[in-house]
Design a binder for this molecule. Structure first.
Ligand SMILES: Nc1nc2c(ncn2[C@@H]2O[C@H](COP(=O)(O)OP(=O)(O)OP(=O)(O)O)[C@@H](O)[C@H]2O)c(=O)[nH]1
Ligand SMILES: [Mg+2]
Length: 454
């Protein structure tokens, strides 16, 4: 009897918390949870486990890593609650999501961490307010504990890199986690979204300064810094508009009058959310891959930034390699970072890739060969620098693959941002220096980022 009970008991939870920072972070993070729940066949507005069979399936995929179990309201039903924190200075975005999804974010106020008053105007203000208001007054440590009483194994941190709050909050949060006795061993994966100038409502100079500071923090503290950009997200979302319209989004269920602020981002965020959902699938219970393996993979890489290639961008079709091949021939795939801005991409000797394949059955030699060939043709990446992780599909779950690329070619895209930030500094320096960001610190970030990318 004792053996049977032990045999059936779920494994230790090993929690991963999604810490969503700022407007983009909250929108994308909440959408990623919805994506994950739809994948496993749960109702994303009010996910509950009904009966033993469904319970076992969801548990088999995730354990209680990214979800936790809520208090049962009806007999035989256990609510699933995202281990998500929605963090912003401006309370509006997170509040809206919480109010519209009371059954999903069932821990109510525990999911939301606010500052006081309006949004930060610049990165330095965001950082100092994170220290004072989020770490100090809001006591972030106890807020993390409320979402996860068990020791935290990792954090997934989505945010935009061109605004004030999301980037500075993510940066300071990472430094807080890594400097903490209790949380210091947790793995941090960041999902930073670069702005599209000329389209997004960002201010050119300060956005460049924010990006450089965010890059410097990610180099130092993020174990898996994953980058996407709004230009490519928009391009792909426009191309696949019909298919994205047919998917449900968290934006569709917001009250009409307040949908405006999110509507522009609906389709882009579905794509970004799909990336995060695939990433979370890679450290589920059934694989031998763990979230902390990303840290080892990227430990010695220069640059250590990673960009995602998603196949398909919008899931469709069956659960085998065939539908992944079909997606490529349909053009339903894309690298969500605009790499090849001016022609040829520089190829590095140590370029590598981590291929997450979600399909039915056990891994096959055919799958490996397919992706090896794909990577050799497109990026010249050698066999021995490819890591292959198989994620078995759940019943009715479509096949997909996400290739995480660690390629030297990204430097060419990021280095000009550093130059623009340096040019902008003099015009804005008072704004920053008044908020405790010195010229020396900025200069240091510039040097660190350029030498890392160089
Ligand atoms: N993809 C995507 N981009 C967004 C979203 N919201 C804002 N952005 C972009 O992110 C940048 C601004 O960052 P936000 O996330 O709005 O700002 P914030 O982090 O709340 O910081 P503040 O500037 O202090 O409000 C701009 O480039 C926006 O176009 C979103 O939901 N999705
Ligand atoms: Mg904001």
């Amino acid at each position: 009897m004792a053996f049977r009970v032990a045999n059936q008991a779920p494994l230790a939870p090993n929690p991963v918390i999604m810490a969503c920072m700022g407007h983009a972070g909250v929108g994308i993070g909440a959408e990623a949870y919805r994506w994950v729940l739809i994948d496993v066949g749960a109702n994303p507005s009010a996910p509950t486990l009904k009966g033993e069979k469904q319970q076992l399936e969801v548990l088999r995929r995730y354990g209680s890593t990214i979800l936790r179990f809520g208090a049962s309201l009806r007999k035989g039903e256990t609510p699933l609650v995202p281990r998500a924190l929605l963090v912003d200075l401006d309370p509006r975005s997170a509040n809206l999501i919480l109010q519209s999804y009371p059954q999903l974010f069932a821990m109510k106020d525990k999911h939301a961490v606010y500052g006081l008053g309006g949004a930060a105007r610049n990165w330095a203000e965001g950082r100092s307010r994170f220290r004072n208001e989020i770490v100090g007054k809001q006591d972030i440590a106890s807020r993390i504990q409320a979402i996860s009483p068990e020791p935290v194994r990792g954090f997934v941190v989505p945010f935009s890199m061109g605004g004030g709050t999301g980037g500075s909050f993510s940066s300071e949060f990472m430094s807080y986690v890594k400097g903490s006795n209790v949380l210091g061993h947790a793995t941090i994966a960041t999902f930073g979204i670069l702005p599209e100038f000329g389209w997004d409502p960002v201010i050119y100079g300060p956005a460049h300064i924010s990006i450089v500071l965010n890059l410097a923090y990610q180099i130092k503290y993020s174990d898996a810094p994953i980058l996407m950009d709004n230009k490519e997200l928009r391009f792909q979302a426009d191309r696949l508009k019909g298919m994205l319209d047919a998917r449900s989004s968290i934006v569709d269920e917001l009250p009409k009058q307040i949908r405006v602020g999110w509507h522009d981002y609906r389709d882009k965020n579905l794509l970004a959310a799909h990336v995060i959902a695939e990433f979370m699938d890679s450290f589920i219970r059934e694989t031998e891959w763990d979230m902390s393996n990303y840290r080892t993979w990227l430990a010695a890489s220069k640059p250590k930034f990673v960009i995602p290639w998603l196949i398909p961008l919008v899931p469709k079709g069956g659960s085998t390699l065939r539908s992944i091949e079909q997606a490529i021939s349909d053009g339903n795939d894309g690298i969500l970072f605009d790499l090849e801005q001016d022609g040829e991409m520089e190829k590095g000797k140590t370029d590598s890739a981590c291929v997450l394949v979600k399909s039915s059955g056990s891994p096959t030699a055919e799958e490996r060969e397919f992706f090896k060939k794909l990577l050799a043709e497109k990026f010249d990446i050698k066999d021995k620098r490819i890591i292959f992780i198989k994620i078995p599909t759940m019943p009715n779950e479509p096949a997909s693959a996400m290739i995480l690329l660690n390629v030297k070619g990204i430097s060419k895209k990021l280095l000009p941002i550093v130059t623009e930030a340096e040019d902008a500094w003099d015009s804005y320096k008072d704004e920053y220096q008044n908020r405790n960001l010195t010229h020396e610190e900025f200069k240091k970030a510039v040097i660190e980022v350029s030498s890392h990318l160089g």
